[in-house]
Design a binder for this molecule. Sequence first.
Ligand code: C2E
Ligand code: MG
Ligand code: MG
Length: 603
Amino acid sequence: MPDSSSRWYNPGVKQPGLKRDERLARVIDAAIDHVDEAVLITTAGLDLPGPEIVYVNDGFCRMTGYAAEEVLGKTPRILQGPKTDRAELDRLRRCLSQGKPFYGGEITNYRKDGSEYVLAWYILPMVDDAGEITHWMANQRDVTERRALEDQLRHQALHDPLTGLPNRVLLMDRLEHALKRADRREGRVAVCFMDLDDFKVVNDSLGHEAGDRLLVALAGRLEGSLRREDTLARFGGDEFVVLIEDAPDASRATGVADRIVDALREPFVVEGREVFATLSMGIVLADSPRERPEDLLRKADIAMYRAKEKDKAGYAVFDPSMNARVVERMESEGDLRRALRLGEFTVHYQPKVLLETGAIVGVEALARWVHPERGLVPPAGFIPQAEESGLIVPIGRWVLEEACRQAREWQTLHPIDPPLVVCVNISGRQFRYPGLVQDVARVLRESRLEPGSLDLEITENVLIESAQNGLPVERLRRLGAKMIIDDFGTGYSSLSYLKRLPVDFLKVDRSFVEGLGRDPKDEGIVSSVIDLARVLGMETIAEGVESVEQAERLRELGCRFAQGYLFSKPMAAEEMGELLATGARLTGSASGGGPQPDAPGGA
Ligand code: C2E
Ligand code: MG
Ligand code: MG
């Protein structure tokens, strides 16, 4: 041990009256008090009652809230508490008993007021001239803030900021661990992948903030219907995943799904409005503990899509046959999604005429896809896929918006009396979609189109289903829109249904119109449909009228309205606008055909 005097420049020696050691000791004391860190010196005894504190600096008092006289003579154990890491203390004891310096990790201690702080520390032995350890000097640095920040960053990295739920990263981690645990215990793990049905509608109609609020409320309800052991994570936008440990068979997971369906029966209130949220869920049970988390999630996702296809607001359990259809479906679905995003859909219009005068009284909106490679694709080329994937809902909504906006514009530019009517086709899937009535109401409001100027066409079968399930025909009519049964005669409506069903028009299918003037059976059918409509207080429209004879016959039979190539093929909005501007009457007889036909690929 070097003599301390050799390490210090000490002018005190030249000053008589002050003993060298005292002066230096005071300087060192003051210096140590200014250090930000806590310095604590104890006696070296390790036997009980343990080392005694013989010195603390001001830094220690600032850090712990103790005054020096409160701790002098006590053991450092007064700083420990329930969260103090025992293993770290054991390591410390071992180190000190061997007389070695101790470089600690981080440890939690307790201030005088009981609050916790985290410190990084080290302890050095102090030896006397003979090399004996007489004291231990502990140095402690308060890292509570840094630790809190680290914890916060870690939390942020693993949780979704909106809902506070575990995020995808944490989910994958837990899933991996759950699979390992299941392997050890020979248990099984189930995953339920959930996607909010038609979340876009909420976002688009109520705004993103409302959408966020719905997600938060939804997360709360989901959590409420799970056990504590199950992990609920937000996987992405409107996707959530539940990880269910110890699921001996699918019934644990389907039980969870049932509870979730129940929990969503009541509407949410967002921005003062009631919003019904439903989830489509896909369930998968891990067959083998060696299954990878990402494969498990992919399967659950596939099953979820199956649930969406079947009918929303339900669940499907994965089975391997689902794999095959996925590739095919994803391609066409991806195409359609892209088309929707890039605005590749357009609407063509076919005039509806009053047979008596040839006046255009309305237009039917017919969707077209302007495909970058395939050109103009008619509905037959994409509506079935859209229907299957559920994309018909957003596509149909877009058609409705566009058609109403356009009709309103034409009403202003080319006014007629009564105002031009626009007719929009609604498919089965759209009709079952719970937000349809809200959508129609919103579109009418935003386009400022009179509800009486909107006709909605559905097919017989969809309508019949509606009669059985109480679907929204009544509510749509209450909004003021009129209902048309499209392709009438090809479905299976019974007279008793027709009597009860609140519709305004029957649209005679083209297949019957075709035989008019040629086939007495068709004549009979068309004539009965017209009579039937009259008895039930409905109007009749004939579709697919291609010849003057057909038009003539229809008029004789008492049908007032018609559509068909005889008058005009469907055409782009611009052309339709020009036609309306002329105020032309379409009788089909003089010119031997209507104006220019649909663009290539059209009907
Ligand atoms: P629809 O509602 O029965 O429409 C009538 C179809 O017959 C149209 O075919 C029209 O172009 C065609 N057509 C009209 N007059 C004649 C004619 O004189 N002769 C012949 N041979 N055909 C005629 P398009 O545009 O290909 O539409 C086919 C179907 O696709 C529609 O049948 C409708 O069910 C569906 N669709 C069209 N647009 C939409 C839409 O926006 N949403 C939904 N959900 N379905 C749509
Ligand atoms: Mg139609
Ligand atoms: Mg039709």
